[in-house]
Design a protein around this ligand. Sequence first.
Ligand SMILES: *Cc1c(COP(=O)(O)O)cnc(C)c1O
Length: 216
Amino acid sequence: MSNIVESFKKIKSNIESLKPTKQVNIVAVSKTFSLEQIKPLIHYGHTHFGENKVQEAKSKWQEYKKKNQNLNLHMIGKLQSNKAKNAIELFDYIHSLDNQKLADILSNTQKNINKFLKYFIQVNLANETQKSGISVNELDGFFNYCTREKNLEVLGLMILPPNNDNSKKYFQLLDNLNKNLALKELSMGMSSDYLEAVKFNSTFVRIGSQIFGQRT
Ligand SMILES: *Cc1c(COP(=O)(O)O)cnc(C)c1O
């Protein structure tokens, strides 16, 4: 069996050993890897994959996905408004919803092409200027805007914690914010910290290098 599948199974069993109360979905982050490299995991039966660039994802997945409609594609990277239409056409989930202009465009495009996605609102908990995400003090207003005025189906919150910092405190904070909004899903945890994230009730972990190996 391929190394990729072995790595995936190990991650799955590590998660199961924590006995999470909710189902934890593994989003296999396949950015920079070719479809040929990814295929062993698809053939194994895994259906959730993540990409961070619309253009790369389109050339990699568009044709393949037409013939394999059980696949779920997750957009996990910064989404520019001018790529929103392509993103709606290709993806099933967007984890990086973080501003009103983007919400407006996504909402309109969904209606125009009659395809409705699932969303996570990305939160910038550490107020890092270089990072995307809505700030905590704007979160309630933005959540209401997206769900009530724009009819976007928001499943939960998403975070990319600051590098070289203690992820745990951000996971705890995000779990609390998610509960305050009565949201059911939570997108947090990557290769280095997914078990910690699951301890704080993450239900979508986004894992790349632990599955596919180091990116070059
Ligand atoms: C690349 C990426 C991941 C996966 O990172 P790994 O450390 O390789 O697991 C998760 N989330 C986002 C937003 C990413 O861009």
